[in-house]
Write a protein that binds this ligand. Structure first.
Ligand code: AMP
Ligand code: GLY
Length: 425
């Protein structure tokens, strides 16, 4: 099969690495890809939201399947676009349609969905500009900290957690009246704060049945000890020790099964990944958010632990017979450390020459934000390189990733030194 993968981050490098190992994959194209994905296929220079270019490329290059990495093209309806064109409708797109992608694209939609299907989540109410005053009154009924979420996609920046009521009211006003997050904040979800430990679980579904992929923990803040500004994710670990059998069962019974059943009942033809961000509150799972894609950098630890042929699973998703499949996992621990650019998550530098790749042993180097120029690899993003190691313990996997993180050189390199420390026994 000829496969087109959309995206350019560490998630897409991990997917490209895995897809290219499939016996079903004859040629892999990645649009736009990065310097790492080009090791596993051919990068093609168009953006993930350029549906006309994607369609023309798919027709001209006999593409048999499109795999969508990031959320944007899903929320913008890439699946619907393919299904509505005669020349494209037989090319399966792995990812939900526009309606299904609302699980991520609209917090209000996802909260209502959870309510309809009795899926545990924080209590909430939604507000718009016209009912700002009601929003203030609702905030007064809650205890600090206050959680405000822009309804739409806000590049991971749309969630505010505030310790003080006046500050919460001020931020609500700036979201609703001053468009702090643009259109994404036309509706704001105000939620109860859930105190606990976060863990993410990943599901692949054909819209009716599903397989559960390995869980992972992400490290979101820029600084050690999980301090400082929020980022896309500075590292990840899988499996997660506190995700034990009892918790796993609760997640499947209370969250995963009702989610897939709910989608099916609502006639949402969901074919793709569901990433469920969970809070473990005293041993009980609550949904913090759904995403319509895999996580980044979680994919860089989840995918290497999956032994199945990924394209075979995707074919089953497209054909609607995923119930014939079971996930086989590597029991060992995968840990990834993200190297980032100076300044990230604020304004960061780009175009720095990278070296040291050949000195790294025992890790998989997933490029997150790199580009190739002549024979050089250059930094080309805030998050630059995910260094994944697999070993029998978190300690051992971390040791290997840290040694290799030292060996990669570029100006302004930064990474967290404490990935996995909180999970060590
Ligand atoms: P989200 O973009 O929905 O993942 O939210 C970003 C981060 O905010 C999450 O990863 C959590 O750490 C935190 N968060 C979101 N909602 C809540 C909540 N209801 N209670 C506590 N923390 C939350
Ligand atoms: N690492 C979090 C995300 O992909 O949304």
């Amino acid at each position: 099969m000829n496969i087109l993968l959309l995206g350019s981050g560490g998630r897409e490098h991990a997917l490209a690495w895995k897809i290219s190992q499939s016996k079903h994959c004859s040629h892999l194209y990645i649009a736009p890809g990065n310097a790492g994905t080009s090791q596993h296929g051919t990068n093609v220079a168009f953006g993930v939201n350029d549906f006309d270019a994607i369609a023309a490329f798919a027709s001209n290059n006999k593409i048999d399947m499109v795999v969508v990495g990031p959320e944007d093209p899903l929320v913008n309806g890439i699946r619907d676009y393919f299904e509505s064109h005669d020349a494209l409708k037989n090319i399966p797109v792995i990812g939900p349609d526009k309606n299904g992608a609302q699980l991520e694209g609209s917090k209000d939609f996802s909260k209502q969905f959870m309510q309809r299907h009795k899926i545990p989540t924080a209590g909430y109410a939604s507000f718009q500009r016209e009912n700002l005053e009601e929003g203030y009154l609702f905030l007064e009924t809650l205890q600090a900290p206050y959680v405000l979420k822009a309804d739409g996609l806000a590049a991971g920046k749309g969630v505010l957690i505030l310790n003080n009521l006046d500050e919460a009211k001020h931020e609500l006003k700036s979201m609703l009246e001053d468009a702090k997050f643009g259109k994404a904040g036309n509706t704001v979800v105000i939620e109860e704060f859930l105190a606990g430990i976060e863990v993410s679980v990943f599901v692949l579904t054909d819209g009716k049945s599903y397989v559960v992929l390995p869980e992972a923990k992400d490290y979101k803040r820029i600084g050690d000890g999980d301090k400082g500004l929020n980022t896309g994710g500075m590292g990840a670990v899988s499996p997660v020790p506190f995700y034990d059998e009892a918790f796993r069962k609760k997640v499947e019974d209370r969250i995963i099964r009702p989610t897939v059943k709910g989608l099916h009942e609502e006639k949402i033809d969901y074919k793709g990944f569901i990433f469920i961000g969970l809070m473990n509150v005293g041993g009980d799972p609550y949904v913090i958010e759904y995403n319509a894609r895999m996580g980044d950098p979680e994919t860089e630890v989840v995918i290497p632990r999956i032994k199945n042929d990924l394209v075979e699973l995707f074919k089953a998703v497209a054909a609607g017979n995923l119930h014939h499949h079971q996930i086989e996992t590597d029991e060992r621990t995968a840990l990834t450390v993200m190297l980032v650019s100076e300044g990230y998550p604020g304004d960061y530098t780009k175009g720095k020459i990278m070296s040291g790749f050949e000195n790294c042993e025992g890790s998989i180097l997933f490029h997150a934000g790199t580009s190739g120029k002549d024979n050089d690899v250059l930094t080309n993003g805030g998050r630059v390189l995910a260094i994944t190691s697999i070993a029998n313990s978190i300690e051992a996997a971390k040791e290997i990733s840290m040694q290799n993180a030292e060996k990669i050189k570029y100006e302004g390199k930064y990474y967290r030194k404490d990935i996995g420390n909180d999970l060590m026994m």
